[in-house]
Design a protein around this ligand. Structure first.
Ligand code: URP
Ligand code: ZN
Ligand code: ZN
Length: 472
């Protein structure tokens, strides 16, 4: 089956070039600029299917490098399965996710990874891979890290937050970093000072401050900046590559910037929620409503100016990637576990289907360029996590993961309008985007076309990843 996408504007980190894209089966086989007759003069005649993309952008499918389907958290589980979550992702133009397999303390890392393969295998609509969370650093898990690298799991998340749950102390972090320095893998860090936060949380609860907004007020920016700095120092000491996940504090990104200026292998990620949502506007809503936006790191104060700085750091590449940290919980019965105690609200927001749109609005608003949009949503995540050039680029030989995006279209986000995630609310209710995902192609198969879903569970494949392609 061959497909020709003609007359579109192909966007890559290098810029925008009018081109026709020829797909054969699951792969892109040619990208032809106007006047290129190397494959003949009438390609349309020979193609089984022709898509006219005149006036539209043709971009590589989104790579969301940070999702949590079915994550066990706070006595419940993230509400999207690999079925519902990857279907929602496809709706929004994401064609690859990297989810987190979770090893809890006392569990074999290999068993936890097998459990994630079991959850995802045969159940996804788009391609997927895994990072591995190491919840208990010890001799066995360090050995397992080496094994996993050979199985295409080349990144390991550690937590400086959540003492007693996922937390690693500095000694454990050093040991895991030494392993990563040795086997070439990437350490991903949840950088918040969990011990300091726990003191502030106990004090807030003792003072009767139980509303959702205290989730942010007990995780001040200093706890993120301090942990980020400590993680970078330990990475510098051990030589490990380091990727700081879900950054929300401008002061923490400043620390990443300083490390990058010294040419260290240190990278930063932020998420749409930190670019658009805030302590004042969402988390502080009356009653328990703010629980919808409890996530960690927390939404921060708009007045403190974090959002503008994060957009700036995206432009300067001090922040390399925007992932969703998709971790959905329903309001009823899940978020409600924290009624009367903000610290019991499951942490997470669902965004997997909105990342491309929300970031495209940044293009419309003049905050990032068109090519930077593609870079931070697709190309860089693919290169950062060893998927490139199979993913993240429109080039001969790459997987035919392609989105046709209409800059003249419109997307009105709302629970009753454009919602496909398995949640009972949208954290993005009322956000309107001046653009629209028209067509989504996953390995040559059209999965979304003109607001119609054509994909199916089982289409997605596990992708073994190589080492990060940014390391020096
Ligand atoms: O609030 C969040 N981020 N939930 C998911 C778990 C994590 O730390 O990434
Ligand atoms: Zn985290
Ligand atoms: Zn996460």
């Amino acid at each position: 089956m061959t497909t020709l996408i003609k007359n579109g504007l192909v966007i890559s980190p290098q810029g925008a070039i009018p081109s026709d894209v020829l797909i054969d089966g699951e792969k892109i086989v040619a990208v032809l600029t106007p006047g290129d007759t190397s494959l003949g003069t009438n390609l349309s005649a020979g193609a089984d299917r022709v898509i006219d993309a005149a006036g539209k952008y043709v971009i590589p499918g989104g790579v969301d490098a940070h999702t949590h389907m079915e994550l066990p958290f706070g006595g419940t589980f993230a509400s999207d399965t690999f079925d519902t979550g990857t279907r929602a992702a496809a709706w929004g133009g994401t064609t690859t996710i990297i989810d987190f397999a979770v090893q809890k303390y006392g569990e074999r890392v290999q068993d936890s990874l097998a459990a994630w393969h079991e959850k995802a295998g045969g159940n996804t609509h788009i391609d997927y891979s895994f990072h591995q969370i190491i919840g208990g650093v010890d001799d066995d898990s360090l050995k397992a890290m080496d094994e996993l690298v050979n199985e295409g799991i080349t990144s390991f998340k550690l937590f400086m937050a959540y003492p007693g749950v996922f937390y690693s102390d500095d000694g454990q972090i050093v040991r895991a970093m030494q392993s990563a320095a040795n086997n070439g893998s990437m350490i991903m860090m949840h950088a918040e000072n969990g011990l300091a936060i726990d003191v502030l949380v106990s004090q807030a609860l003792a003072a009767g401050n139980t509303d959702p907004k205290y989730h942010s007020l007990t995780r001040p920016w200093e706890t993120e900046a301090e942990a980020t700095n400590r993680a970078i120092m330990l990475a510098r000491m051990t030589g490990a590559p380091l990727y700081i996940v879900h950054m929300s504090a401008k002061q923490a990104v400043q620390v990443v910037q300083a490390a990058k200026n010294e040419a260290l292998n240190v990278f930063g990620e932020t998420c749409p929620q930190y670019l658009y949502l805030s302590l004042e506007e969402q988390l502080s809503q009356p009653g328990f409503e703010g629980a919808k936006w409890v996530c960690s790191t927390p939404l921060r104060s708009k007045a403190e100016g974090h959002q503008d700085e994060l957009w700036k750091y995206l432009r300067t590449n001090d922040l390399s990637i925007v992932s969703t940290d998709h971790c959905p919980f329903c309001f009823k019965e899940q978020k409600e576990l924290g009624l009367g105690n903000f610290s019991a609200i499951p942490n997470g927001i669902g965004s997997v289907e909105h990342r491309l749109d929300l970031l495209y609005q940044g293009v419309v608003d003049g905050k990032i360029s068109l090519h930077r949009w593609v870079e931070i949503c697709s190309t860089t995540p693919a290169r950062m996590f060893g998927l490139y050039p199979q993913k993240g680029v429109i080039a001969p030989g790459s997987d035919a993961d392609i989105v046709i995006y209409d800059p003249a279209g419109r997307t009105e986000i709302g629970f009753h309008k454009t919602h496909h995630m398995n949640m009972d609310h949208s954290a993005w209710e009322g956000f309107n985007i001046e653009g629209h995902v028209d067509t989504v192609i996953s390995r040559g198969k059209i999965v979304v076309d003109n607001n119609e879903y054509l994909g199916h569970m089982g289409h997605g494949k596990f992708i073994k990843r190589g080492l990060s392609q940014y390391l020096i």
